[in-house]
Design a binder for this molecule. Sequence first.
Ligand code: NBX
Length: 826
Amino acid sequence: MSAKKTNVDRGVTINKSEFKAAVVKHLHCTLGTDENKANNHAWWKATCAAMQEQVLEGLRKTQKTHYLNDTRAVHYFSAEFLMGRLLSNNLQNFGLFDVANAALNELGISLSDVLEEEPDMALGNGGLGRLAACFIDSLATMELPAIGYGIHYEHGLFRQEIQAGAQIERPDSWRDYGNPWEICRPESIQEVSLYGYVETKYGENGRIQKEWHPGHIVKGIPWDIPVVGYGGKTVNVLRLWQSKASGYFNWDVFNAGGYVDAQVENVQAETISKVLYPNDETEAGKELRLIQQYFFCACSLKDIIRRYKRAHGDDWSRFVDQVVIQLNDTHPAIAIPELMRILVDRAELDWDKAWAICTKVFAYTNHTLLPEALERWPARMLEKILPRHLEIIYEINHRFMKEVDKKWPGDNSVKARLSIIEEGPEKMVRMGHLSVVGSYAVNGVAELHSRLVKENLFPEFDQLWPGKLTNVTNGITPRRWLKTCNPALSKLIDSKVGDDWPLDLKKLAGIEKYASNKTFQKQFMQVKLQNKKVLAEEIKQSLGIDVDTDAIFDVQIKRLHEYKRQHLALLYIMALYRRLLENPDYDMHPRVFIFGAKAAPGYKLAKDIIFAINKVADKINNDARVNQKLKVAFLPNYRVSLAEKMIPAADVSEQISTAGKEASGTGNMKLALNGAVTIGTLDGANIEIAEEVGDENIFIFGLTVDEVKALKASGYKPYDYYYKNAEIKAVLDWLETDYFTPGKPGALASIKQSLLDHGDQYLVLADYEAYSEAQEAVDKAYRDKERWARMAIINTAKMGKFTSDRSIKDYVERIWKLNACPVVKE
Ligand code: NBX
């Protein structure tokens, strides 16, 4: 292969024949098969193994460098890491994609087929989990010492099937045939205690000592997934804990003849890391979930402390210089009392010293304002599972309340609002409050969201500790979300601005000057068309629907939730259908509405909306009167690897949440980066996207946060919109008929009910008209081919701000205070 001119400095180089030899070696010696027998799955594993040789060398060098430099590191605690597939990403980050492609080609194997063999690592629900994955990519790329800590779920997010229009959940078994990336580290197993009781003892010096006598002990087994930075120089790790029964405890039961009981205990212990909870944006309050949270936090803290002690012994004075822990939402907040327990009960530090350490170690990211998503644990449940932690939380709160009283003497209402303990029929522990009190920095994830965190969620906290509440706007890794998923666009960009934009995304601004250049416009839109053809093929394969690639591909991909308002798009689709039926010459550019969304299994209305989209899709797609102009495709089992196919093919990006409800959004950034134009509300990061691309390159519509507030305060009456707007009335009434569900009238009625009788909490009807007008503006803009190409190009050009490298730089400079630690060449 000819050496290409590149500006990217690489950690490894291996040529085609070496790579080929490595793949064949692993096919023979690791997989025990040969070229004649191997299927694509075996080729995939052999290719991973060949890649893993390079990865593990990088990992070893990185760990050695970090150890020798005794670096301060960030520990990213997250119950979710939505990693997706790793092979193509690792190949790209090592600069070996073309090498591997050529090597497999010579073996008569297609790399793209091999890549399709990899199951997604779907260890997350949505944005929060994917953000964690983008962040660890950036941390490695920027050569920052970092480790991700989470749970080694046996089953990730459920696989979605659609049967007769309805969502069915099936277990996800991503590791059934082994995972070639992970390394088990039995030498770092940890034990975690649960249940039991607390004994109070009085020491010689009158010091009260607490001893927790646990009722149950489980083991945490660490699995390391290497995280390859772009350029292949730093390889950090994601350490995920798997639960196992602790052998030593079970022997008693076993010896007493309780063979079966011992097995029951095994099953219980192994249940902890069995499955990811599929609820996003709702707090389930389940005992197992609290145990999951404590399990991975306790294992991770022990791991951190073991590493610290290896370098510093029992001297705790440097702990805060070496360790920062970022809490990804409140899911790992139990780590705060756990660290206090270790410092006070185990290390025997006095409370104030321990608290001074704690509050210099933790920082907390808030991802939501939705009340139903804010975690609260019944005090009784904590008392049962973690009795000592509940005591510690009470003590933290007691001291905190004294501080509040100093600031607002005698003000009981402010105390009630700020207290970590919520009084009521059932005492609850507010994990958000605990996180704010126990952290030195708290951030929201977009400018608007962070303002609302300060003003609405934690108002007095901002007065009590000015400066503690701050913003770090989210970002996405351009390595996965442009370079890897959209190679054709990447090459076009390379030809204009050089190939180092994945490391410095502001360089994309270099294509802006070609935004009106006819040749560049053609090239850019040609790439889009090719990507649309690939997606059209996927739609055909998966749904049997033919879609016209000249149509506008209008894409809405995200978890299904009322606040995200997929049903607003649905009402508009039904309205277009109706307009076309009433007037076959209704003037619109052909459009395909493409959805991807999973609903939480217990979220009835979300599942009803999926069902409705599919039923409306069936009808429209099969109605020859309209299906030249209108199609609807709901692609099942939305996941990272499907997003990688949908995003490069999108013309329009739907970001239509009720203002004030979407904390940031990150799909909005991915779609715009790939040249989709946003139709969206002034919510989350949409506002910052609009600032970057300019008002003429985005379709903003709908109520603002202030208008939402005012409308609700004045008494919102959805029926007013129903009676005032004939189209709204017609489509809502249509939902009640059996037009879309022959023989089953009322099968879609719950959506109408939620919008009229249940008050339309998310103001769908209030925003309908503005949305419809914005969609007409989209239609008009798309028909002007040059205008649309310019808009699409400018969207790509202006996404520099939204690289996760910028987010990480903000965290590093403002919160973590970390230094890069380049890996030394040996
Ligand atoms: O976090 C999402 C927000 O909704 C997005 O606006 C934001 O861009 C993203 C990253 O900051 N939140 C989210 O994905 N939450 C969850 O997935 C979730 C999972 C479990 C849970 C609660 C929320 N118990």
